[in-house]
Design a protein around this ligand. Structure first.
Ligand code: AMP
Ligand code: TRP
Length: 326
């Protein structure tokens, strides 16, 4: 079975874009792959953060991943900071990547622009990400389009390392869902839904209650026409609603449009579909959140499983580099 690895940062709240664009693919991939999923808390340290909030968000994100359907028994679900192998391997990745390569990463440019404190970690972020991936002999990395460049870098590092020191790493591939998987902001349908960019009204958070979800869809921006039709270029708002309705009900956006005549009905149908999609996830989340000790037990088990893969890889890396064995 091919191995998949992916990671998500414990910053902000998980939203519908994360679910439809990433997490539900993670869930589906568990059936035919050996899946390893990681809450990347160390990556959250690259920008200023609040320690209590990080603790809360890390556990909460792990609970949300289980709630959406990641099975900690069948797959490996763990927290990056529980394994020293990641930071140790990250140093090796830094020494195998070129300064110029890291400087070309667009995420670094975007995130450092205009910040008054740019950490060294923000610059070397993709080297840690490469370590995450390569430690697990990963074949496929399911991520959004924005991560393509980082996966390319991980590939380049793997190839370079193998060339210099002998066959050590599996060269991974990015798996990026089709463009339709991008969920757009409900208020600004030309930008993607996110926890920070669009503002509170434009994003459906997975923990929003039904009244809040209904309200956000009711206020969603459409256009000055009246026709319900899937056409992302000229009708971005309406098309986004159709994409969401389709994704939530397992249909194409065009099929989802059939029989809906008015914008008000489209908004109501989409809200209802999303409320039904999220209800079982929220129920499960609240159950898990009531028992943090159980989450910690699952994460400790996940860390053990992760270590049993990462540690032999790191031994191989050390040996091939010429580091004395310990
Ligand atoms: P982020 O929230 O940026 O840390 O992203 C976590 C995962 O969700 C990544 O794989 C992203 O590509 C994906 N993602 C984030 N926002 C969206 C969106 N609006 N539509 C689809 N996928 C998204
Ligand atoms: N950088 C990714 C993001 O911002 C998160 C991430 C960290 C990741 N390590 C990873 C994704 C390894 C895939 C594989 O979304």
């Amino acid at each position: 079975m091919a191995r998949v690895f992916s990671g998500i940062k414990p910053t902000g709240s998980v939203h519908l874009g994360n679910l439809l664009g990433a997490l539900r693919h993670w869930v589906a991939m568990q059936d035919e792959h050996q899946a390893v999923y990681c809450v990347v808390d160390l990556h959250a340290l690259t920008v200023p953060h609040d320690p209590d909030e990080l603790r809360r968000a890390t556990r909460s994100l792990a609970q949300m991943l289980v709630a959406v359907g990641i099975d900690p028994e069948r797959s490996t679900l763990f927290v990056q900071g529980h394994l020293t192998e990641h930071t140790e391997c990250a140093w090796v990745m830094e020494c195998t990547s070129a300064f110029g390569e890291l400087r070309r990463m667009t995420q670094f440019k975007d995130k450092s622009d205009g910040s008054d404190f740019v950490s060294g970690g923000l610059f070397t972020y993709p080297a840690l990400q490469a370590a995450d991936i390569l430690l697990y002999d990963t074949d496929q990395v399911p991520v959004g389009e924005d991560q393509r460049q980082h996966i390319e870098l991980a590939r380049d590092i793997a190839v370079r390392f193998n060339g210099r020191y002998g066959d050590t790493f599996v060269v991974p591939e990015a798996v990026i869902p089709p463009a339709g998987a991008r969920v757009m902001d409900l208020q600004y349908p030309e930008i993607k839904m996110s926890k920070s960019d669009g503002g509170e009204q434009g994003a459906i958070l997975l923990l929003d209650d039904p009244a809040m979800i209904a309200k956000k869809f009711k206020r969603a921006v459409t256009d000055s026409e009246t026709e319900v039709r899937f056409d992302p270029t000229s009708k971005p708002g309406v098309s986004n609603l159709l994409s969401i309705l389709g994704a939530a009900t397992g249909q194409s956006p065009a099929t989802a449009a059939v029989g809906i005549e008015r914008y008000g009905d489209l908004k109501a149908a989409t809200a209802e579909a999303v409320i039904s999609l999220l209800r079982p996830i929220q129920d499960r989340y609240h159950e898990l959140a009531a028992d943090p000790a159980e989450t910690d037990r699952l994460l400790a088990m996940g860390a053990d499983k992760a270590r049993s893969i990462a540690s032999p890889t790191l031994d191989r890396v050390r040996d091939n580099l010429g580091l004395l064995s310990r």
